[in-house]
Design a protein around this ligand. Structure first.
Ligand SMILES: [Zn+2]
Length: 158
């Protein structure tokens, strides 16, 4: 088509029918791999530490977002965290109705920048911001090095 021709059907420019294959591999990166290996093999939740800024990042990242230093040190996050936000899921990732409402939480840990999102292992009507929680892990032999190695957050009793 040249500039002298006019388009009267915008679908000719923005639309085509057919299928497009989109296979890809998404890696977790250096810091992510360190996080998932420690989670799988040792049941540890690691944060990347910047000694210059006195900051720990969760999830870990390879560079400090404040001073741009490469982060090579990792520290364990505290065993308990605090729920700062809750949502209740009624459908799964494919849009199918769940048998029961499923609470999810964003949890922060003292002294750590960032946090984790995962299932909150309480009935939906008990899910509240402010809850003190800890990670419940799958048994060592069931872990695969994925976020699903965590079953979710359960109330911390002590
Ligand atoms: Zn820094």
């Amino acid at each position: 088509m040249t500039f002298l021709e006019r388009t009267t059907d915008p679908r000719r420019l923005r639309h085509w029918e057919g299928t497009l294959e989109a296979d890809y591999i998404y890696t977790s990166g250096l810091a992510g791999e360190r996080f998932f290996v420690a989670l799988r093999d040792e049941g540890r939740i690691l944060a990347a530490r910047c000694p210059t800024c006195d900051l720990s990042y969760l999830p870990p990242r390879p560079f400090c977002e404040r001073c741009f230093s490469e982060l090579a040190a990792y520290v364990d996050v505290p065993t308990t965290g605090r729920v700062v936000a809750v949502t209740i899921a009624h459908v799964d990732a494919r849009g199918r109705s769940l048998p029961a409402p499923e609470p999810w939480a964003f949890v922060r840990f003292r002294g750590v920048h960032g946090g984790l999102v995962h299932r909150l292992l309480v009935p939906a009507d008990r899910a509240r911001p402010g809850m003190r929680v800890r990670v419940r892990l799958r048994p060592r032999e069931a872990r695969t090095g994925a976020v699903t190695d965590m079953e979710g957050f359960e109330p911390a009793t002590s």
